[in-house]
Design a binder for this molecule. Sequence first.
Ligand code: BMX
Ligand code: ZN
Length: 297
Amino acid sequence: MSVCLAVDIGGTKIAAALVDCETNHIIERCQIATPQSQQPAILSAALASLLRPFINQANFVAIASTGIIDNGILTALNPDNLGGLNKFELVDQIQHITQLPTYAMNDAQAAAWYEYISLTPNNNINNMLFITVSTGIGGGLVLNQQLQTGARGISGHIGHTVVNANGPMCGCGRQGCIEKVASGTAIGEIGSLLFDCLYSGQEVYQLALKGNSDALNIIHSSAAAVAELIANLTITLDLDSVVIGGSVGLAPNYCHYIQQYLNEKPALYRPHIILAQSGADAGLLGAASWFAQQQSH
Ligand code: BMX
Ligand code: ZN
């Protein structure tokens, strides 16, 4: 039996799991909060203590990480999300810790792959986009049934397309990115400004669910922006399906709001909208199955 030590590095948490590559099932799982420090050494130390207990049971390591992964090197496109890591030697560091063959890809690309392989037996999907609305907004594209990782690892970074050219400055250096106006972090920031008190995205969402109309407007603006993005990408790439995930994407009613905004558009702009099936484990399972498959080729 081949066992993968899968690692998912996000802006808020880092998860590790042993995955049985034949069945794609998680054998054991553990997670910690992502260190908020800007120091690469602190991230390395956190990864070492998280991974050590699993090393002896694994044959290889597959990482899904927030940020751009180019040849095993991690760079935060939006440094606000991951302690400003620039050219962090992710694969080398983890290989050093585990002494196992190690591979890495972007977290949303990994999740896209897992959602895709979970769906394809039942659906005729050619061109699919996975969107995660969470700490940031990430994406993964499957075109002609092939996952697009990009020559420089950038493919799918839809969070940094512009929805409002006069909008606020995003951490990536571009003004008005959708991530800055519609992600969980943005929902918290907009709510904090409006209510003049520090709120997380989750707290603003809870207020909306309790019927606070200002909070509900913030959630609606986010869903409307995501619907515009979906329409733009559908007419650009001929998408047939869009899978919505992430903590905001999977929150009550959010996907329904996206669908409502899309329903106002002509049919060509409306792909099939699907809720992500694998929840918080899509990154772990996607990286495990993507690299298990790459190894066998
Ligand atoms: C950001 C970017 C993407 C990532 C997306 C979702 C960084 C550090 N990350 O757009 O690479 O896929 O956030 O990340 O620049 P998550 O942490 O919200 O899952
Ligand atoms: Zn940006």
